[in-house]
Design a binder for this molecule. Sequence first.
Ligand code: 5AD
Ligand code: FES
Length: 347
Amino acid sequence: MYNGLIDRLERDCVLTFDEYLTLIEHRDECRDYLAQKAAAVRDRIYGKRVFIRGLIEFSNYCKNNCYYCGIRAENRNLQRYRLTVDEILNCADSGYSLGFRTFVLQGGEDTHYSDEDFCKVITTIKQKYPECAVTLSLGERSFESYKALKEAGADRYLLRHETCNKEHYEKLHPAAMSYANRMRCIDDLKSLGYQVGVGFMVGSPYQTNDDLANEMLFIKQVNPQMVGIGPFIPHRDTPFGDRTAGTAELTTFMLSLIRLTLPNVLLPATTALGTIDPMGREKGIMAGANVLMPNLSPADAKSKYMLYDGKICTGDEAAQCVECLKLRIEKTGCHIVTDRGDYINQR
Ligand code: 5AD
Ligand code: FES
């Protein structure tokens, strides 16, 4: 009985709030059909290709105190590290040799680095590897900073909005962080011409099914090129350390809804999904995802970039991760490709 709704979602690429909510509430009865449709839409637009992005987690210093995040400033039980500009560039070099053609610079909001530092990294990578895309994930910054980084050559920017509900946002973050500024950042990034990625956690504390239905309307309205979602996973040294984790089941369901709502979106099967379920990333791909973001940082950095407990792939060399992912993805009927994997605009 839900197949009709799903067929209409496939045709119109949008539903009403009530319709999204109905599907979410009755997901046990429609998840297989939804996943099958979502994978077919992904295949129609991108084929069976899964894009890989080389993630460089350059610093775990962060000035913020998100209640869910393991690298929050107030966590004193964490050894902090930051890579130098040269170390970041070395990561990109080794990533390039492994076949990566997109580099994602991700870190806590670390005020140690200036715009000039980041611009140097971007221009050097672009100069050396003009065929590569540079994606930034540096958190909230000023319009001027986003502009300087764009002019230095950055192509894409990931900034998860975390939740589209302002009251919910305020339960996940201390008063020093505002929903309004998060939205301002996303608007600025779009207006500067970045390919933009937003996203949210699934099963974060206080999240309701209504919130999840609203997330679909929110992403429809923002129309981003990328959407990153993963299950919330508690980290013991945070205020949410004893909260319940999100599930792979609900996360993959949301991945399918996102694929049908934004057919062309670049959609990662995240490390958090692979952490909560050993087959999570494969399930994500089978539910319509088409991006993987393995880590290129040096081993000691990786083991310290602990946003949540139990994070996978923190001991392996990047080369091992690539081989492991290749085998895993082949079992889903898809295959990894190493081109830039740009957003495809037409239907
Ligand atoms: N569980 C799952 N995801 C988390 N993130 C931060 N902390 C957690 C956690 N405990 C996600 C946030 C952030 C991204 C980099 O990682 O959504 O935007
Ligand atoms: Fe660093 Fe949330 S704790 S941005």
